[in-house]
Design a binder for this molecule. Structure first.
Ligand SMILES: *[C@@H]1O[C@H](CO)[C@@H](O)[C@H](O)[C@H]1NC(C)=O
Length: 206
């Protein structure tokens, strides 16, 4: 179909692309979090369908990475540990401070991750940021359960937005872990996953 024919068809049907864009702009989006996918977001969908369950699931899946692979995450992370969730403190919407108890075998990769000895364990603090709009917090951190956690290390204030720093009020210190729902690996510990991480430790990351 030629471009001219396409435009004619649009005129006849009455749904020129501009109209669709204008509709999208006018749609009520204020009750949703900013889309982490940015421009890629709804471009392939024919019409805005906010609030439909399908789209919520899509937004949830995009900002809650449960599909990450152990090896790739290990290589791309500054720290990797497995530990039992000791407590979870909610500091704000989508902002949690998690204390993990990690035993010696759970210290896969430390770099400068700060840990304090506590009996048989090492205590590690992790700031978990949830950018998803899932029904359940993402990632999941259930007290008493053991997780494999891989992410980045908080070094300095400018790593985080000022508004977030205000909410944190100095509760997160340099050396604490930082996990984001849209990029960090957090999964329940099991032997298979542990084996994959151990494998990554013993092969070179490129
Ligand atoms: C995750 O989401 C935050 C906030 O929307 C964004 O700043 C960051 O770039 C995202 N990271 C990835 C890897 O998509």
């Amino acid at each position: 179909m030629t471009a001219r024919a396409f435009w004619l068809l649009c005129l006849i049907i009455g749904s020129a692309p501009e109209a669709t864009v204008a509709e999208r702009k006018a749609s009520p989006t204020h009750d949703r979090k900013p889309d982490p996918g940015g421009a890629q977001s709804a471009d392939n969908s024919p019409a805005p369908r906010l609030h439909s369950p399908g789209r919520d699931a899509e937004t949830c899946a995009r900002a809650c990475r449960t599909d990450l692979d152990e090896r790739e995450s290990y290589c791309g992370s500054e720290f990797a540990v497995n530990g039992i969730v000791h407590d979870v403190e909610v500091l704000g919407k989508g902002i949690r401070l998690v204390t993990l108890l990690v035993d010696r075998d759970g210290l896969y990769k430390m770099n400068r991750l700060y840990s304090t000895p506590d009996g048989f364990f090492f205590r590690v603090h992790i700031l978990a940021l949830d950018f998803s709009s899932c029904n359940k917090p993402c990632p999941e951190f259930k007290p008493g359960s053991r997780y494999i956690v891989m992410g980045h290390i908080y070094h300095k204030r400018r790593q985080l937005p000022t508004a977030l720093l205000r909410v944190l009020r100095g509760r997160v210190r340099p050396g604490d872990g930082l996990v984001r729902s849209n990029s960090s690996y957090v999964k329940r510990f099991n032997r298979k996953r542990d084996g994959q991480v151990q494998g990554a430790i013993h092969t070179q990351c490129i």
